[in-house]
Design a protein around this ligand. Structure first.
Ligand code: FEO
Length: 400
């Protein structure tokens, strides 16, 4: 349990969790993760973040290998999720004179997490704390990944500790990369898609802020630390959060179908969307889509100007793949987009009303009444579907 020296007076003192299979009860992992914490050894030593509580002993041993924890003067909490602040009270037991530094919005998080009398100060954007040779500079980065998140930049070392941003859930023995590994890009992208994407516009602002800093070492809170190409993932975040330029409006039709009726409706609706200024992408949901399918769908849904959801009514609700799609939508920046709902039914159609309500709850503007067809759509239903598609495309194109 040796600490890793990142720079003359800065050490990684975190913990590896290579066996973690699911993060946040939401993100399946193949390579575990790490909880990165950093110790700045100086006249006034500072600890930047802690680790999940079950890994407290790893943190303690690594800190003790560098200095007596009683000498820690500051503990920076970049973000209050338990994977980073879980050991805070244990640290303060050993360093009772330490002052905790949090971002301004984090005060209720600190109080309602620990219910303890903690000596803390709130950092504003650009505030600094001198440690002696090094200075900590704080940059508020709301929603990367919670409203409380801030980056800590260590001067003059040029070490950026951006907490969850630019991270990967990936546990390796190496941890500190002196030669950039391009294979890490897929892991960083998967992490971005799962953790950062719901806050895409905020993430773009945070990445732009990081891009203004002179970064020698990128030291996020999970996975590899980059001494080689430390700006790579900052630039990737700028790219991933940018809008793709498009000549046409994009409508994404997402459907689930059991006996082909909703699939036929989707085909007719898409045919009705034939419009010079509109491009249509259709996704036919399998029962268990793979990660690439979900990633492509999420990217298109985020880029879409209009979203059309279709599913057959089942047991008063809709087929399961559409529920999974709604969960994907809940994790995307899609508020305010125009939407429409359709589907087939057997003896009652009220499940489509539920789909409409959820779409509205997610912030979609459901612009026209849901279209339903009982059992198998006939020629008349097909005509209604084409008209449904035509009017939706016209609305997305701004004609009505
Ligand atoms: Fe790694 Fe949002 O916690």
């Amino acid at each position: 349990m040796e600490p890793l020296q990142l720079d003359q007076n800065v050490y990684w003192v975190g913990a590896r969790d290579p066996d973690l299979e699911v993060f946040d009860l939401a993100m399946p992992l193949q390579h575990g993760t790490t909880y990165n914490a950093y110790l700045v050894q100086d006249e006034q030593p500072a600890l930047i973040d802690t680790v999940r509580l079950p890994f407290w002993e790893h943190l303690e041993r690594r800190i003790r290998a560098v200095l007596d924890p009683a000498n820690i003067r500051y503990v920076v909490v970049n973000h209050h999720e338990m994977d980073h602040c879980g050991s805070l009270l244990r640290v303060l037991d050993l360093a009772p004179q330490a002052e905790v530094i949090i971002a301004r919005p984090a005060e209720p998080f600190l109080r309602n997490t620990f219910h303890a009398d903690i000596n803390f100060r709130k950092a504003g954007d650009g505030d600094t704390v001198s440690l002696g040779r090094s200075t900590l500079e704080f940059h508020l980065a709301p929603f990367l990944h919670w409203p409380d998140t801030m980056f800590t930049y260590v001067r003059p070392n040029g070490i950026l500790c951006p907490c969850d941003a630019f991270a990967s859930h990936y546990s390796t023995e190496t941890l500190v990369y002196d030669v950039f590994d391009p294979d890490m890009e897929a892991h960083a992208r998967y992490y971005y898609d799962c953790i950062m994407r719901p806050y895409r516009s905020r993430v773009a602002k945070g990445a732009a802020k990081a891009a203004k800093l002179d970064i020698n070492i990128l030291a996020p809170s999970h996975g590899p630390i980059y001494r080689d190409q430390p700006r790579h993932f900052v630039e990737k975040y700028l790219e991933w959060t940018a809008d793709e330029p498009r000549d046409k409006k994009l409508i994404v039709v997402v459907l689930a179908s059991v006996w082909d009726s909703t699939r036929r409706m989707a085909g007719e609706i898409a045919a009705g969307m034939n419009h010079d200024e509109v491009e249509v992408h259709t996704y036919d949901l399998p029962f268990a889509p793979d990660a690439d399918f979900v990633s492509d769908l999420a990217r298109d849904l985020e880029a879409a100007d209009g979203i059309v959801l279709g599913a057959p009514v089942m047991v008063g609700a809709v087929a399961k793949p559409m529920w999974d799609c709604l969960l994907t939508l809940a994790n995307l920046d899609i508020r305010g987009k125009q939407a429409a709902i359709f589907g087939s039914y057997g003896w009652q159609s009220k499940g489509l009303g539920l789909l409409e309500q959820i779409a509205a709850h997610l912030g979609l503007k459901v612009a026209q009444p849901a279209l339903s067809a009982q059992f198998v759509p006939d020629a008349e239903a097909a005509t209604e579907c084409r008209e449904f598609g035509r009017s939706f495309a016209a609305a997305v194109a701004g004609e009505s």
